[in-house]
Write a protein that binds this ligand. Structure first.
Ligand SMILES: *Cc1c(COP(=O)(O)O)cnc(C)c1O
Length: 458
């Protein structure tokens, strides 16, 4: 059965890859149109095999193409084929990563990736880590470890002290939810203003911490960002670390977007001081082209992972040293194998190959930024060393341009906001793209505006 279905899988994939090249933007329909076009209804009776195959194919061909050369809408893009291979194997093997008994060698693979990431981060042998479900979960786990480090009895008695967390105004929105989930409360986060490059204002931060201490509050956690979600700014770690150490504040570096710069000798200066942080995460599915989701969280002292996430469970932990029973350090119980895809890519191309991916994406971003800066019809809103390029074209409303490009099946791109400006956000994280696809993006946009200028709002 599996063999037969894998044949069908191959047929569908072949058609899909052809279609992806010919039609990089999937024709968009309203939900109602789609439902009338393709029979999605679940019925009491089986579907005849021919219909079933046809429907599956139709579904695949009508799904937005997130890996094509015209998808710039999200912080992920492209497709690393060795990572896809690894993930397909993980699906077939279907091990939960909770224990060595059920995942065996897959546990060793996850541990090897974590070991290597810790080493590159500059953490010593006391460090450890895990593969959470994504960046939001990585941030959540770091917040819980920081909370428990203040006082482990919080786990039993609930929060007694007035805990205060800090983050830049440009930090990811998951932080606010996490403040609620952790019981610390949304109102106990201090959003620190940013300078005109979108980085946390260090002077402001220091003053705020002193003020909170004076009021008898307990500063305990700061969330710094390596690559903010909209303009891809990197917070200065070194300037902040001293005051945090002085007051025992947990420093987490959220590198979900830009954290993979650790792999590049050319760009790892953007996270100078990273070895002094308490925890760090990155999403390989954003910049490295691995399938969703591949999120890595590393912790300088892995005892904190055990303190916050281990639990005794006699029905689960029956063999082997806890070191190999990864459920002791994860939020989830049954946990998908997200390590194999990153390992299979890394094993194939080496750390040097990963560095090349990062460097190429920065190259594409610089190329796009230069294009915008040199053409007077464009206004540029962000800076060098960023994987997103934020701009406006002539005086058109960015929201309007993005929406119309989508409705007319031309391009997938989104818009963002920083301080008082709204703009188109072009994200250059598809490693399969070249200068040609970047130019093609601008030409498509320009031609589109020329043809439709009367219908576009300014
Ligand atoms: C994308 C992103 C996240 C969230 O990651 P998910 O895997 O989507 O949960 C967190 N922080 C930053 C800076 C991000 O860009």
């Amino acid at each position: 059965m599996v063999k037969e279905d894998l044949k069908l899988f191959n047929d569908i994939v072949e058609e899909f890859l052809k279609d992806e090249l010919q039609n990089p933007v999937t024709k968009q329909y309203s939900p109602r149109e789609l439902k009338s076009k393709i029979d999605l209804k679940l019925k009491d009776t089986p579907t005849p095999s021919a219909d079933y195959k046809k429907t599956l194919k139709n579904i695949v061909l009508n799904t937005p193409k997130s890996s094509s050369n015209k998808f710039f809408n999200q912080l992920y893009g492209g497709r690393n084929s060795k990572a896809v291979l690894g993930d397909l194997l993980a699906v077939l093997l279907n091990n939960s990563m909770a224990t060595y008994k059920i995942a065996g060698i897959q546990v060793c693979i996850e541990k090897e990736v974590i070991r290597k990431v810790c080493k590159i981060t500059g953490y010593n042998k006391n460090s450890g880590g895990t593969f959470p479900t994504g960046g939001s979960m990585s941030n959540f786990m770091s917040l819980i470890m920081a909370r428990d480090k203040v006082d482990l009895s919080i786990q039993n008695d609930g929060n007694q002290e007035k805990l205060i967390a800090y983050a830049s105004r440009e930090a990811h929105y998951s932080l606010l939810k996490n403040m609620s989930f952790s019981g610390i409360g949304k109102k106990n986060i201090r959003y620190v203003t940013t300078n005109n490059k979108g980085q946390i204002d260090v002077g402001f931060l220091k003053k705020q911490i002193e003020l909170d201490l004076k009021e008898g509050l307990k500063p305990f956690y700061i969330n710094l960002t390596a690559g903010t979600t909209v303009i891809c700014a990197f917070d200065p770690i070194l300037e902040i670390i001293e005051i945090c150490k002085k007051h025992n504040i947990w420093v987490h570096l959220d590198g979900a977007f830009g954290g993979t710069v650790i792999f590049s000798e050319k760009y790892n200066h953007l996270v100078n001081g990273i070895s002094q942080t308490d925890s760090f995460c990155f999403n390989a599915h954003k910049t490295l082209g691995t399938p969703l989701s591949t999120s890595v969280l590393v912790v300088k002292n892995k005892q904190h992972l055990y303190n916050s996430f281990n639990n005794s469970a006699s029905y689960l932990y029956q063999t082997h040293n806890n070191e190999y029973n990864l459920g002791q350090t994860s939020f989830e119980c049954g946990r998908r194998n997200n390590a194999l895809k990153l390992w299979s890519m890394w094993k194939s191309i080496g750390t040097k190959g990963i560095a090349k991916i990062i460097d190429h994406e920065f190259f594409l971003a610089e190329y796009a930024r230069k294009y915008v800066a040199e053409h007077e019809d464009y206004t540029l809103y962000n800076f060098e060393n960023a994987l997103s390029v934020c701009f406006n074209y002539k005086n058109y409303d960015p929201k309007e341009i993005c929406l119309k490009l989508y409705e007319k099946n031309e391009l997938m791109v989104g818009y963002g906001k920083f301080k008082n400006s709204r703009f188109i956000r072009l994200v250059l994280v598809n490693n399969n793209n070249t200068k040609k696809e970047v130019l093609n993006f601008f030409y498509t946009l320009e031609n589109f505006v020329k043809k439709n200028s009367k219908q576009l709002k300014k």
